[in-house]
Design a protein around this ligand. Structure first.
Ligand SMILES: C[S@@+](CC[C@H](N)C(=O)[O-])C[C@H]1O[C@@H](n2cnc3c(N)ncnc32)[C@H](O)[C@@H]1O
Length: 266
């Protein structure tokens, strides 16, 4: 499903900054590249521009942008609640493993919740998704728009700050967990792709082609319960049989939402 063929890679300009960024991509583990300017069409192509990095096949395009995290953070800074934070119960100074990074929205909100003294380790099985999100987080400051809205400005500044707390690793979560000691992280969070065929979420749709769609592995959940100190959380489609199959208790709330959160207290 993802990264089955090498990806053409190019920059739009020859300045040092874009060339350095290209060099960085070339060094990322798990990705294979064709360094040329002729990709496009049916060939996957990563274009590094002064406005960001775009992975395209034909008209389909994947890029990193923290838009959903921004909306959620604006609401949080206004004092509203967030179901993910209610489910994870992350505290300042806490530690989180986001075992399914995707486009990093939940990891950013988690990083905000654990604050400057906390840590977020984010695992992603697709090497190209891991690379694009890691690059995006590193260059978040350059994406900050000139906004007149104080709420938006505050949220952007906060996102840039908390993005530094997220460490991205290209890994299969279950394999990675086996190197982590018992009870060494507060919360482990799973948000697998499995349900996306039903959900048709626009925010996550471009991720489809490049991500791993396997259902969550029971062994990964058992390992998560071993390494977590407080809880393991699963986000899934409403009424998904996955909660029962994997032993999660569904949390009440989100009556009109298409998703639910399940928790295992450890
Ligand atoms: C629904 S997305 C996560 C979205 C994310 N919570 C966000 O806020 O952007 C699921 C991601 O998990 C990744 N994934 C699936 N199985 C995985 C595994 N075993 N280990 C690590 N990542 C995995 C997929 O490649 C995909 O990018």
């Amino acid at each position: 499903m993802f990264n089955e063929c090498p990806i053409h890679i190019k920059t739009t300009h020859f300045d040092t900054e874009l060339q350095n960024r290209l060099e960085w991509f070339l060094q990322q583990p798990g990705c294979s590249w064709i360094l040329d300017r002729s990709g496009g069409g049916d060939q996957p192509e990563l274009t590094i521009t002064r406005r960001g990095v775009f992975l395209s096949i034909g008209k389909e395009q994947l890029t990193f942008h923290p838009s959903m995290a921004l909306i959620r953070l604006i609401n949080l800074l206004r004092g509203e609640t967030d179901r993910y934070l209610e489910a994870t119960q992350l505290k300042p100074g806490g530690t989180l493993i986001d075992a399914t990074l995707g486009l990093g929205t939940d990891a950013l909100i988690g990083a905000w919740a654990v604050g400057d003294r906390g840590r977020v380790l984010a695992l992603e099985k697709s090497p190209i998704v891991a690379a694009i999100v890691q690059d995006g987080l590193k260059h978040l400051q350059e994406m900050v728009p000139n906004s007149k809205s104080i709420d938006k400005r505050d949220a952007w500044i906060t996102l840039v700050r908390v993005s530094k707390q997220i460490k991205v690793i290209w890994a299969d979560n279950r394999n990675y967990f086996s190197n982590i000691p018992d009870r060494s992280v507060d919360v482990v969070y799973f948000d697998p792709m499995f349900r996306q065929t039903y959900e048709h979420s626009h925010a996550i749709q471009p991720l489809h082609r490049w991500s791993d769609h396997s259902p969550l592995d029971q062994e990964a959940v058992l390992e998560a319960c071993r390494i977590a100190r407080h809880r393991v959380v699963l986000k899934e489609r409403k009424n998904s049989p996955e909660f029962q199959r994997l032993g999660f208790n569904i949390l009440l709330g989100g009556q009109y939402s298409p998703i639910d959160y399940g928790v295992i207290l450890v």
